[in-house]
Design a protein around this ligand. Structure first.
Ligand code: PLP
Length: 379
């Protein structure tokens, strides 16, 4: 099967050269907009492309507000603060995620708690979350308190793994009954929908990433999306050094961050967004081809969960066991076709080894079996 996969990927990309996992696709006005930044000197933290990119993302996702940041991790850091997470609070997330999710929690001085994912979505399991909250917490003065640590659980951060949306409706029902805010890490799921709502728009806040390997890129960049006007205003304020707008005075009313996306990055984003429908179509087409290909092979191709539309950011397959996985990784990478295992569980990393966790059987099962296969847009 491995040899056939290599041939299949090479045939799809019509290339005998190295095939990366996911490379950026520039086919639109990227150079025009970048040149415009340079010609007008607006390359930094002020400029029309930042405002336009925010408006365009808000329109595309259906969120009322979008605030551009330097990267997705910064967006998460601020979104968690806006959700009311303070030092020594606790935040529940999945152990099967990219490190940025947990780093953002740690920047605040809050503590992550790891709850299992569902096998069907690879994202946070509403059922497992409910089980954890039922057994491990008590409500005191309307706040969800962890029985063993006595700390308050302020937020839950689900992550839509590889662009596969989790069931936000079920998650919200659970979180609402425990007065816990949802911050969606939608870094990987631009263009993914659950029940026709864009990922990142059902929680109190959502965050996106435009890193070089994501569905569209601004070089580096991120976005906070929300429907809450007050939070949107605060987000813009604290990501721009908490400066009170004035034509010449420097007035800052709290400790802020220099997290604003530069205009030159937003210019790239505006051009990329114009191509997003084409990019999504192209990626879905590849996913359909992979699905057919793996249909009669000893590997399961991961498809979008029920009632969702996935962006198929990174295509994934599930192999029988860890040794099959390692064999697949070795042979494909030796042949110049890049593949990669899913992340190591966060709960196993040195800085999170002492973190509280639920039963992580699905996370462990997936960690041993999931591989990403080439997913770039075909030119
Ligand atoms: C890419 C990504 C982020 C944000 O990454 P940045 O590189 O900071 O933009 C956050 N969470 C997940 C799950 C990601 O994949």
């Amino acid at each position: 099967m491995v040899k056939e996969t290599i041939d299949f990927v090479r045939a799809h990309y019509e290339s005998e050269k190295f095939i990366p996992l996911h490379e950026p696709y520039f086919a639109g006005k990227e150079k025009d907009y970048l040149n415009e930044c340079i010609d007008t000197t607006f390359v930094s933290s002020v400029g029309k492309f930042v405002d336009k990119f925010e408006e365009d993302i808000a329109r595309f996702t259906g969120a009322n507000y979008a605030i551009a940041t330097v990267n997705g991790t910064a967006a998460l850091h601020i979104a968690l603060q806006l959700a009311g997470v303070l030092q020594e609070d606790e935040v529940i997330t999945q152990s099967l995620t990219f490190i940025a999710t947990c780093n953002a929690i740690s920047y605040i001085g809050a503590h992550p708690i790891f709850v299992d994912v569902d096998l069907s979505t690879m994202g946070l399991s509403p059922e497992k979350l409910k089980h954890f909250l039922t057994n491990e917490t008590v409500m005191i003065n309307g706040q969800c308190v962890n029985k063993s640590t006595k700390r308050i659980i302020k937020a839950v951060v689900p992550m839509h793994t590889f662009g596969m949306p989790i069931n936000l409706d079920d998650l919200k029902t659970v979180c609402d009954s425990y007065n816990i805010k949802i911050v969606e890490d939608a870094a990987e799921s631009l263009g993914s929908y659950q029940n026709n709502k864009h990922t990142g728009t059902k929680g109190l806040l959502g965050t996106l990433s435009f890193n070089g390997n994501k569905t569209i890129t601004t070089g580096g960049g991120g976005m906070i999306i929300t429907n809450d006007e007050t939070l949107a205003k605060k987000a813009k304020h604290i990501t721009t050094t908490a400066k009170i707008p004035h034509r010449w005075d420097f007035n800052h009313d709290q400790v802020g961050y220099n997290y604003r996306m530069p205009n030159i990055n937003a210019a790239l984003g505006c051009a990329q967004l114009e191509n997003l429908p084409e990019i999504l179509k192209n990626k879905r087409n590849l996913a359909l081809k992979y699905n057919d290909f793996f249909n009669d092979k000893p590997a399961r191709f991961v498809t979008e969960p029920e009632n969702t539309t996935a962006n198929y950011w990174l295509n994934a397959i599930v192999l029988d066991n860890a040794s099959e996985r390692d064999e697949f990784l070795t042979v494909t990478n030796n042949a110049g076709v890049m593949t990669r295992p899913i992340w190591k569980l966060m709960s196993g990393l040195p800085m999170f080894q002492k973190a509280q966790k639920g039963n992580l059987e699905n996370s462990i099962w997936l960690e041993e079996r999931v591989i990403n296969i080439p997913s770039s847009v075909k030119r």
